[in-house]
Design a protein around this ligand. Sequence first.
Ligand code: PRP
Ligand code: URA
Length: 207
Amino acid sequence: MNHVTELNHPLIRQDMGIMRNKDSSPALFRQALKRITYQLFIEATRGLATKDLSVETPLAVTKEKRVVGDIWLIPVLRAGLGMVEACWDIYPEARVGVIGLYRDEETLNPQSYYQNLPTFKALDTCFIVDPMLATGGSANAAIEFVKQKGAQTISLLALISAPEGIKAVHAAHPDVHLFSAAIDDHLNQVGYILPGLGDAGDRIFGS
Ligand code: PRP
Ligand code: URA
């Protein structure tokens, strides 16, 4: 699957152990999410477009690079909020647009309740962040919204993805690359990822 990058790193596996553990507190859960998001965002930004930059050191003139276009973080509320600070730590200039979605418990269809998105410019890069990719309904809705606002370069960052969601996103948006810290087994009858970690929003916010 060349549209998916599954990160495999001993520190991610250790933090995933913390996040999956039903007894981990919201504080421990958020800290592990933050550490994993550092690695996801570093990997997802590897292919950013750059231009040459001339720099004068105290000793000589040399060439470095500068990122071209704005970087946009698009958290899907609520749980995506838990990934924003880590991305800002790495790229403080990143701008943020938000999409509010929740899953209808019966149909599992995403329900939209809030959006604050700009009109994107051609050189902008969007990173949609949401810890859980389950059926893919929320991710597909979020991608659709940012595309309607002109986004041309979009990546999706998830902590855990289900095969069902990966398939659904690739079918609807083959141009979107997914970076995921784990790919789990399957969904249960009520649309939760197995083995998963439960409800990401509840675990981040302690609700
Ligand atoms: C969770 C998660 C995703 C969505 C994934 O949000 O953060 O947005 O479910 O499921 P899907 O792939 O089947 O659409 P939820 O609806 O629980 O909202 P919350 O973050 O506000 O709790
Ligand atoms: N949303 C979650 O928070 N967890 C799941 O397992 C599926 C959807």
